[in-house]
Each structure stands twice: as C-alpha cells, then as structure tokens.
Design a protein around this ligand. Structure first.
Ligand SMILES: [Zn+2]
Length: 402
C-alpha cells in the first residue's frame, strides 16, 4: 500500500527543548533573543522579512484544544480517532457520524476568535518583520486577524465545504443551517446543550454533568436520534446538473424528499475543505509553501511541534537554505536536534532561537519592545536631522551676514 502523504502525526514522546541562546529561558531573555533574531541583517540577497509557520499551539489561547499536549500525548479524548479521507469518500455511515459530530462542534469553533498571538503577527508584518504566513491550522484565525498578510493554509480550512465531485465550495455556515433543517431532533438538542454550556468544555465528565453523554468513541449519544439516522445535503450544483464521471458516464445524484443525499448517488458528496488524514495536499499548495520558505530571509515557527511531515519538511528546507530559525513552542519539537545541531553558542538569537513561552503573551510583548526600540531609534534619527537642519541654518545665517 502506498503511504498516504498526510499521516497521523508523529506520536513518540519528544525530548524537552534545549533553550537557545541559554539566557532565553526567562521571559526578558526570550524577548531579547527574538529581538536579535529580527534585527539581524538577512543574508545578502535575501528578504529581511520572516515567514511564519504556525500550528495548533497558536490557537490554544482562542479556546481551541491543542492537538498534542505538552508531553507529546493526545490531550483531548484519548479514544478519538480522526476520520481518514478514504473512509469519508467511501462510507456513507462514516460521513453521517462525521457530520453529526461536526454539527455539534461547529458552533464552538464559530464563536472562537483570533487571540493576541495572531494580532501580534499582524503587528510584526506592519513593522516589516514578517512577510507571509504558512499555517497548519484550519480555523481561519490568521485571515481574520491579518487579512492583508499573505497566508497559506497548508491543511485547508473549515469555513467551507467542498464537493468531492465538482470541487465547488460552499460556506460552512450555510451547510450548518441545512444540517439543522434535515435533522430537527439534533437541532433541538444543539439548542439545548448550547444553552446549558455543555459545549464550552472538552472534558467528557464535565459535559455529562451538563447533559451531554458521549460513548467511548467520543460520540454524542442522542436518545431517539442515533447518528446513523443523521442526514446531510448533496452538492446543489451536482444535483442540478450531474457532471460526467471519469469513465464518460454521467454521475447519479439523488436526494430524499427533504433534499438529503441518498446512497444510490455516485457523486455530489460535500466534504469539509480541509486536508484529511490520508489525503494529498494539493500540488499548488505544496509548491506555494516551498516558495514562501525560499522567498523569506528567516523562519519563525509558532505553536507547532512540527509533528506532521508537511510542516517538518518546510522547517528542514529552511535549515538547508541556512536562514535563521526561531521556534516558540510549549514542549518539544520533532527533529529539534537537527535544527539546532550547528548552533553557535556565542550568538544571541541572530541565527537560532528556541524558547518555550506561550505565543499569546510572548508575541505581544515582543511587538511592544520592538516598537519602543524603533521609536527610540526614530527619535535618535529625528534629533540627528534636527541638528543637521540647525547646522544648515547657522551656515546660511553666516553666509547672509558675511
Ligand atoms: Zn458538486
């Protein structure tokens, strides 16, 4: 069997980080190291701007669960196993289950917002220090916090659904309304649990006290409406005009009397616009990510253990290009020993930084510090300009009076 490109992340325990430079183990030390990282001149011919590579850790302060805990273990629901692309494509029952869970979870994600870490990236871009972002996150927080900074969503985004047959995209919000319409008992249940606050927590025991009972697989058990009866809509475009199949025949797209996709169909299945496990990252996305690394003078890794291969190979590419690399992450990072093996212990952050602080506190403090030092240097140059003007005035006065 061919190895799928997006694999279940590397789950071995990761060694704790070696902090670089050594004095970056304190908050002021970490700030100073990152300030040196940003103020160091880039290699000749390279952009002074950094590319950010971000992961789930950056969104933790937005209330979204980190994919991996600080010890490299799955922090949330240990029995949870993500759905594979081939299961989603080939199995109507698996899709019902996926969409039932997603129907309940969407409101939580919809309510979540970018945190100070995301806004600090916007500010770093405004200071001319960050030129682009590559994110593994599917929560769309980067584009909300900094819509004008080029951002590549390596693993797609949950804000849309995409048709697996015709590739049309639709807003996830519209899809949510359709799910509610097709599954009235679930819609009532969702309204009830939202009111109870049970979805504000990821802890199954706490959820249970608020009225949500989950089975050992982490699925919600809804008495009288098992997820096997969950219904989801078909792609409206494929339904209206069934497209041709690769074999030249025409796809069959059928729905029940309410408009729910019927398993007699051969196409028109909607999927979240994210890259699922076992699914390929689109070639143009992969290429764009490599180009973003190649165009940058520095790499700033934020809130990711680089556990997915697609993220790790981008960091490795930066290493091979010998550009400065800074990593801000709670807990170990895959391949850290390689990224830091050639570190010069006399440097103060110009080439390598490895710090362990939370991005939502460290990055805003860094922005403050960089702004202060840039306004200090701006006022130094202002007074230099004033002195120069003063000298010119005096010279002019001398000329006039002579
Ligand atoms: Zn379609």
């Amino acid at each position: 069997m061919r190895k799928p490109p997006v694999r279940i992340p590397y789950t071995d325990a990761l060694a704790p980080p070696t902090i670089v430079p050594r004095n970056a183990n304190t908050f002021p030390g970490a700030l100073a190291a990152l300030q040196n990282f940003f103020s160091a001149p880039p290699r000749p011919g390279l952009s002074p701007g950094a590319v950010v590579l971000s992961g789930a850790g950056l969104s933790v302060a937005s209330g979204l669960a980190d994919y991996r805990g600080v010890k490299g273990t799955y922090r949330v629901n240990k029995t949870y196993r993500p759905i594979y692309y081939h299961e989603f494509l080939g199995n109507h029952e698996a899709r019902k289950r996926y969409w039932a869970r997603s129907f309940l979870g969407w409101t939580t994600l919809r309510k979540a917002a970018p945190n100070p870490g995301h806004y600090a990236i916007r500010d770093l871009a405004d200071l001319g220090l960050v030129r682009s972002v590559i994110t593994q996150n599917v929560d769309s927080f980067h584009s909300k916090a900094h819509p004008s900074l080029p951002t590549l969503e390596l693993h797609g985004y949950l804000r849309s659904t995409v048709c697996v047959t015709c590739s049309s995209e639709y807003p996830r919000d519209t899809f949510q309304n359709e799910l509610a319409r097709l599954n009235p008992p679930w819609a009532d249940f969702l309204a009830e649990v939202l009111a109870s606050g049970a979805l504000d927590t990821e802890d199954p025991a706490e959820r249970e006290t608020k009225g949500i009972r989950t089975n050992p697989d982490g699925d919600v058990d809804l008495p009288g409406a098992p997820y096997m009866s969950f219904r989801y809509p078909a792609c409206p475009k494929c339904l209206a005009h069934p497209p041709s199949a690769p074999d030249g025949s025409t796809h069959v797209v059928q729905v029940d009397h309410d408009g729910a996709w019927k398993p007699t169909s051969t196409g028109g299945v909607l999927k979240p616009a994210v890259v699922m496990f076992g699914e390929n990252i689109a070639g143009h996305v992969k290429t764009a990510a490599e180009e973003a690394i190649d165009a940058a003078g520095k790499l700033l890794v934020l809130g990711t253990s680089l556990a997915t291969y697609s993220a790790w190979r981008l960091a490795k590419r930066a290493l091979e290009r010998r550009i400065p690399i800074a990593i801000v992450n709670m807990g170990g990072v895959r391949g850290e020993d390689q990224l830091y093996s050639t570190v010069d212990w006399t440097q103060a952050g110009e080439q390598r930084v490895r710090v362990e602080f939370s991005t939502d506190t460290l990055l805003p403090a860094l922005v403050d510090q960089l702004r202060q030092s840039s306004s200090r240097s701006a006022s130094v140059s202002t007074s230099a300009a004033e002195m120069e003007a003063e000298r010119n005035n005096r010279a002019m006065f001398k000329n006039m009076s002579s």
